[in-house]
Ligand binder design. Structure first.
Ligand code: UGB
Length: 657
């Protein structure tokens, strides 16, 4: 009452609302009127912000929180009434695996089909030659059945999808969700500034931007720019990451992208909750503030909706919106083909997935069937999958199936949405995504929390509100090609059960070299086998350290065009290709080779390159004298000897040592 003169009429309304919503405790420890008035005013500014940034305002937030907290206390399963089952997608996966696994396919036919007998399922015997079909025709399936493609890197199908994807890329906009702090990784900086690999030191954000620019260029030259010249790039930030991302972009001239191409949308945090009554938590460091925490990556939909960008993109003739996460250095290996799948299958929603190991910390894609018959194909988050399975007649919970993988493919949170249907849906929902709450209770009475909680939402829950007619599909790629996130700190990574991926800075970097080596192998290069090494307590395969810029090669066809003859690379080698028009032919590499060239220079690289090369020197992650971004990997590159060439004049050149 005594502070009312400080407030605008709108703020007075908000104060009343807070009192009506049972939030009087927020004012309990306030100083006398006239004391600390600035802080009190700042409190109401914060309340106004929290109110305006949440669809429906604080009233709606508290109401939803009370409902979700009551459900959580009652132990109500968030998927109440739904039973999960692996959908036919995994079956298709088996169908598509090549000849070596044919006996397994037979077995899967025996094992899985009876389990999903209630399904209108195509009999494997009708499919004929599994090497001809890479996809079961959806016409044989009822509408609920999700469709999915399982792609095999480098085969004709893959190449076809990549070509379609490159054509379509000019109609795409990219959205990176980068508001998370990465608590599991425990890195002190922003994750997008971490080197994707330390051979070149290229950070994730630079790699993403260079990949988008390379796509733009490739798409443009294939189609002579039917639609747009620049691919829009949106980055969702938060208070935790916003200023650092701006600094990273500005101090690196946007890594070659035009600043107008990049838009930052900052997500706001939401109010924390102290108890089951949804009493808002007072910030432990300031009694005039409400404690806040991130609301989750699901905010990206409401931010895009309210930004007005979607309509601008539609008017510019765009068709696809691609969402991706902050630290997957392999992602762009999968993008061209995945866009190709979306365009070919006309998917409204296409999620990228990889085979998943049980208990792996990535969501599982399931087909949920409700008791009333409704069916929904959706990601079930890793912490919910096991309890859901146990509660619905699978006493062993989340375990590997016959194939050695979880029957539920892993969601890698790379979504491709068709813009038109996306706008239609958001017009209805205003971008609101189904939320959840995850309180950590003090004891079994579930009456108090160990620490405050808050509502959260996830971007992959977008399909939950879609009508049954929506075309929701999946695209599965090999993990080695498409997925290597950097999420876990060295301690936690070293404790990952044997056989499960580490998802650490160490494994993330090694995965780049492995993927590039395997891609070159597929193109006919003799790449030596890897050796096993232990860094930061994690045993990893060390392949030759091969990297290239996205403008050198984005697709398998690019690689085939640029690598010819008899080439070989020894295990201890390093190869860095930077320029666009570099052609590798009859090269024998045993050492380190770094090669760059301006756009107008065409260079043929061959012959025998032999030198002492670059070695990986082990470092201890606890050794704080070493920069954090290096020690979290457990190694650093020591450059002993290399052949380095930079062609800075236009013309044709040949490098043949
Ligand atoms: N992020 C935000 O932008 N804002 C936020 O408030 C929170 C996060 P995490 P998570 O691919 O490995 C997801 O924390 O949420 C950004 C999927 O839910 O790295 O534990 C953040 O910056 C899961 O199904 O992952 O798990 C980052 O870019 C599985 O796909 C992104 O959101 C898993 O990722 C993801 O945040 C995975």
């Amino acid at each position: 009452q005594k502070s009312l003169h400080l407030l605008s009429p709108h703020q007075i309304e908000l104060a009343k609302t807070l009192l009506e919503l049972g939030q009087t405790h927020l004012f309990e420890h306030w100083a006398e009127p006239g004391v600390e008035d600035d802080e009190k005013k700042a409190f109401f500014d914060q309340v106004a912000r929290l109110n305006s940034s949440y669809p429906g305002g604080l009233e709606s937030y508290i109401k939803t929180a009370r409902e979700l907290l009551a459900d959580s206390k009652a132990g109500k399963n968030p998927f109440d009434g739904f039973t999960p089952s692996p959908h036919y997608f995994l079956y298709t996966l088996l169908l598509n695996i090549r000849i070596q696994l044919w006996p397994l396919i037979r077995k899967a036919d025996r094992v899985w089909k009876p389990r999903i007998a209630s399904f209108n399922f195509m009999d494997i015997s009708q499919v004929g030659d599994p090497f001809v079909s890479s996809r079961i025709s959806s016409s044989a399936l009822s509408w609920q059945v999700p469709t999915g493609d399982v792609l095999t890197f480098g085969d004709d199908n893959f190449i076809k999808f990549e070509e379609t994807g490159i054509r379509e890329a000019q109609k795409a906009a990219f959205v990176l969700v980068a508001g998370g702090l990465g608590e599991r990784l425990g890195y002190n900086g922003i994750k997008v500034a971490l080197p994707r690999e330390t051979n070149t030191g290229t950070c994730f954000l630079q790699h993403y931007i260079e990949s988008i620019l390379a796509l733009q260029e490739a798409s443009h030259s294939l189609t002579q720019g039917e639609v747009q010249k620049k691919i829009p790039f949106v980055i969702m930030t938060s208070d935790d990451t916003h200023s650092c991302i701006i600094h990273l972009l500005e101090s690196n001239s946007y890594f070659g992208m035009e600043p107008t191409q990049v838009k930052l949308l900052k997500q706001e945090k939401v109010a924390c909750l102290d108890d089951n009554e949804a009493r808002l938590a007072v910030d432990p460091h300031n009694k005039y503030r409400i404690q806040t925490k991130p609301h989750g990556h699901g905010d990206v939909h409401s931010l895009l909706y309210s930004s007005g960008l979607l309509n601008v993109w539609r008017d510019a003739g765009l068709r696809w919106v691609l969402f991706f996460q902050d630290t997957n250095g392999l992602l762009f290996n999968a993008i061209p083909a995945a866009i190709g799948v979306s365009a070919t299958r006309q998917y409204h929603v296409n999620s990228l997935a990889v085979p998943r190991k049980a208990k792996e910390a990535i969501g599982g894609i399931t087909r949920l069937t409700h008791v009333d018959g409704r069916t929904m194909v959706i990601n079930v988050e890793y912490n919910q999958l096991d309890p859901l399975l146990r509660a619905t007649g699978h006493p062993d919970g989340d375990v590997n199936g016959e194939t050695g993988f979880s029957p539920f493919p892993g969601n890698i949170n790379q979504l491709i949405l068709e813009l038109g249907p996306y706008i239609e849906e958001l017009t209805k929902t205003k971008g609101g995504i189904k939320e959840f709450v995850n309180p950590k209770y003090k004891d079994a009475s579930k009456t108090s929390f160990k620490s405050s909680t808050r509502l959260e939402c996830m971007m992959q829950d977008y399909p939950k509100t879609l009508p049954p007619t929506a075309r929701v599909g999946f695209t599965v790629m090999d993990t080695w090609l498409a997925y290597a996130p950097v999420k876990n700190n060295p301690d936690d990574a070293a404790k990952v059960p044997k056989g499960n991926p580490y998802h650490s800075a160490t494994s993330g970097e090694m995965a780049i070299y492995r993927a590039n080596s395997l891609i070159l192998r597929k193109a006919g290069v003799q790449v030596a086998d890897p050796v096993q090494e232990v860094f930061n307590g994690q045993e990893v395969e060390v392949w030759p350290r091969v990297t290239w810029k996205p403008k050198w090669a984005l697709t398998y066809s690019d690689i085939k065009r640029k690598v010819n003859g008899n080439c070989s690379i020894s295990q201890r080698s390093t190869m860095v290709i930077k320029g666009r028009n570099i052609f590798v032919e009859d090269l024998s590499l045993d050492g380190a080779l770094v090669i760059d060239a301006i756009e107008d220079a065409e260079v043929k690289v061959g012959g025998s390159v032999q030198n002492k090369g670059w070695i990986l020197e082990k470092v201890d992650y606890k050794d704080t004298s070493i920069p954090e971004e290096l020690r979290i990997r457990g190694f650093r590159v020591e450059k002993i000897e290399e052949l380095e060439k930079n062609y800075s004049e236009p013309g044709k050149f040949s490098l043949k040592p």
